[in-house]
Ligand binder design. Structure first.
Ligand code: BGC
Length: 726
């Protein structure tokens, strides 16, 4: 560091162009960065950040909406490793992904790039992608840190979110990934958090990320997220991307004493450390296109979710007359728009993969009605035993950069489905969409629904594998499908206005809301069918240490086919009046079993799994008492339960003059001190219950005004006594 000039150090803290860091002579090479997250968007030369220009072909793996639905961390790791291989072949040092923001609303235009509404699932899948990418020495870049849950006004909006929701919903995925997978880099988001830009947020980038979680890598900006270079550096933002040509501001700030040189040294040092880390990355001449396409197909197969299968209409049977209806069967929608857009190495479509059965396009992708197309579709369907109707969102409906305003399918597609269902008794709907679409209005017309999300370049053949029964579906929902948009907990607070979005639903995101209220949903979190059946037995939950528990359960395939089950573990709190989400996912395991086979599935729980964030403590708090472990096949299909207890961590919020009588009595030392004082006074148990309830809510200091002898001095004495300084 000492041999670098001030100007050179400043130059390291911004890129040299859209995709490169700044080199210094021979000593410091420029690093190449590239999107991400589900395929490489390696642009020739300077490129652009909006996904406008083309990139060199690379495998388009299933975007996170799909990969997440596989609930298969090992698979995510393999996809990450394949991305790294392509990165090495294309000379990329850092892959800009995975994206691990929480799906707060189904309307977020970028939900296709994110894994789930649940932080545990997101964290586990994100960590697996990171370790996969970094297994070949390529850096991963976890994004967008943090609370970037909408596209509307994304560069300015302030996400106004309370501390507990931040800690329990919006930060844990990042935390897990940082602690477990040790990503080389993190990308800060565009938005503000409670008024402070993520790029200038010292609390976020330094106190939480580095000091609490131990992050030792480099923080880069999202493309264009820096507003004030000096403030960003001071907050812990090391690299501005792309460059704005403002390095001089930093030099000037150091010279004038406004910015300590040590701060610049830290950031420049982290860039040098990143250069050192990726120096050893592997390098390959190309990659096996077939093998990566095959992996993309396997991942796509593992990701589609069979929502419904009345009368076992799927898989298709030999000899059935099959018609395929829907332009999306021939022109697949397989990835989303924006910076993650990949030019695929090849592209499968379901119609061809099914062996080109009778086909009718049925509708136009631009949503314009076309009576001729629907007539042809009805004719094709009326000749068929089963009609596969491919529906979904066209490209224009969802993308990075804007949010949707509806979760309905295009009206022309729903109208087509109704018409086709009138002439064919067996309808299978196959969906293609990045954000959740509502099924409530039309699902009665379909015997089966296969939710295909956006499945990447091999999605077409993967869907054929599942429809024909060559493989059994094994994806599960990572987000609830609500009946109506208005049921979504964030609905009244999305996407906000006037520069702010208020996270009014707090911790009650997704199933945490629906399940706590026992509200109806179309399909619950964790749901997904397959072509076999599974039973759960012999649940064994026990304490293994202080606030450590093990949970074991046996899963058996009682059906006729090899298939996968996704065993889900929730910790639950049954309260009459909920004070926290009714249950939360804390573990999952995907097991593939032959008919008749069983497997013992094991989970470990720790105190953190039952903890809540305490604002007064500024830390996690574990309450003493019972909790329930639930094991099941979705958040609404719990098969077995067991009760465990925790001794708690002994934390009681500190008492002061304004703590209520109830709080004093609930506090171990507080109640002791108070009872001692009240010795001889009429017992609380003899007080009128309504009066007692009223009194419980009154701050102790306020009793001074009621003339019952609890003077201000007495209260001060009590406070001093419980604080140990009396
Ligand atoms: C996106 C990032 C992306 C970057 C570079 C931004 O607009 O938010 O996810 O990595 O562009 O393309």
């Amino acid at each position: 560091m000492t041999d670098l000039t001030l100007e050179e150090k400043a130059s390291l803290t911004s890129g040299s162009d859209t995709w490169h860091t700044t080199p210094i002579g021979e000593a410091v090479p420029a690093l190449t960065l590239s999107d991400g997250p589900h395929g490489l968007r390696r642009q020739a030369e300077r490129g652009d950040a909006l996904g406008l220009g083309n990139s060199v072909p690379a495998t388009c793996f299933p975007p996170a909406v799909a990969l997440g639905s596989s609930w298969d961390a090992h698979l995510a790791h393999r996809v990450g490793a394949a991305l790294a291989r392509e990165a090495c072949a294309l000379g990329v040092d850092v892959v800009l992904g995975p994206g691990v923001n929480i799906k707060r609303s189904p309307l977020c235009g970028r939900n296709f790039e994110y894994f789930s509404e649940d932080p545990h699932l997101t964290g586990v899948m994100g960590a697996a992608v990171v370790t996969g990418i970094q297994s070949l020495g390529v850096g991963a870049c976890v994004k967008h840190f943090a609370v970037n849950n909408q596209e509307t006004d994304r560069m300015r909006v302030s996400a106004d979110v309370d501390e507990q929701s931040l800690r329990e919903i919006y930060l844990p995925a990042f935390e897990r990934i940082v602690r477990e997978a040790k990503p080389y880099t993190v990308m800060c988001s565009y938005n503000r958090i409670n008024g402070v830009h993520a790029s200038q947020n010292r609390w976020l980038l330094t106190e939480v990320l580095r000091e609490e979680w131990g992050f030792d890598g480099l923080v880069m900006s999202d493309w264009g997220a820096v507003n004030d270079r000096v403030a960003a550096l001071e907050a812990g933002l090391d690299l501005e991307m792309p460059p704005t040509g403002t390095d001089e501001e930093i030099v000037e700030a150091v010279r004038s004493g406004r910015l300590p040189e040590a701060v610049l040294d830290l950031a420049a040092g982290r860039l040098l450390e990143l250069v050192r880390r990726v120096e050893g990355r592997a390098s390959f001449e190309g990659w096996d296109l077939d093998a990566h396409h095959e992996l993309a197909r396997e991942a796509a197969r593992a990701s589609a979710v069979l929502l419904k299968n009345d009368g076992d209409v799927l898989p298709l049977r030999q000899g059935q007359r099959v018609a395929v209806v829907g332009e999306l069967a021939r022109t697949p929608r397989y990835q989303g728009g924006g910076s993650s857009h990949v030019v695929p190495t090849r592209l499968d479509n379901a119609w061809e993969a099914l062996g080109r059965p009778a086909f009718a396009a049925g509708y136009r992708l631009d949503g314009q009605p076309d009576a001729g197309l629907s007539r042809e579709a009805v004719a094709a369907a009326s000749e068929a035993d089963v009609t596969l109707v491919f529906l979904g969102l066209p490209e224009a409906a969802e993308s990075e950069g804007f949010d949707r305003t509806t979760i309905e399918l295009p009206a022309v597609q729903v109208a087509l489905l109704r018409e086709v269902a009138e002439v064919c008794p067996k309808i299978v709907v196959v969906l293609a969409n990045g954000g959740v679409v509502s099924v409530a209005e039309w699902q009665e017309h379909a015997s089966a629904i296969l939710e295909g999300w956006l499945l990447g370049q091999a999605g077409g053949s993967a869907l054929a594998d599942l429809l024909t029964g060559a493989h059994s579906p094994s994806g599960r929902l990572t987000e609830t499908i609500p009946n109506r948009l208005a049921d979504v907990p964030s609905h009244l607070h999305f996407p906000g206005g006037d520069g702010h979005v208020r996270y009014g639903e707090g911790r009650y995101v997704g199933y945490r809301h629906y399940d706590t209220l026992d509200a109806d949903v179309a399909y619950p979190f964790g749901h997904g069918l397959t072509y076999s059946r599974f039973t759960y037995s012999d649940l064994d939950a026990r304490e293994t240490g202080s606030d450590e528990w093990s949970v074991e359960v046996t899963v058996t395939n009682t059906g006729e086919r090899f298939a996968h089950e996704v065993v889900q573990l929730y910790v639950a709190f049954d309260e009459e009046r909920p004070s926290r989400p009714r249950h939360e996912l804390r573990g999952f395991a995907k097991v593939g079993l032959e008919p008749g086979d069983s497997e013992r599935v094991r989970f470990a729980l720790t105190g953190r799994d039952i903890a809540q964030w305490s604002v007064s403590r500024k830390g996690w708090r574990i309450d003493a008492g019972a909790f329930t472990v639930e094991v099941g096949a979705s958040s609404r299909d719990i098969r077995l339960r067991a009760e465990l207890t925790s001794g708690g961590d002994g934390y009681a919020a500190p008492l002061d003059r304004m703590s209520t009588l109830g709080e004093w009595l609930a506090h171990p030392e507080g109640s002791r001190a108070l009872k001692q004082l009240l010795q001889g006074a009429p017992g609380l148990d003899r007080t009128d219950p309504a009066l007692l309830r009223l009194a419980m809510g009154i701050p102790l200091a306020k009793f001074a005004t009621f003339g019952i002898g609890l003077t201000s001095e007495v209260v001060d004495g009590l406070v001093a006594a419980v604080r140990g300084d009396g």
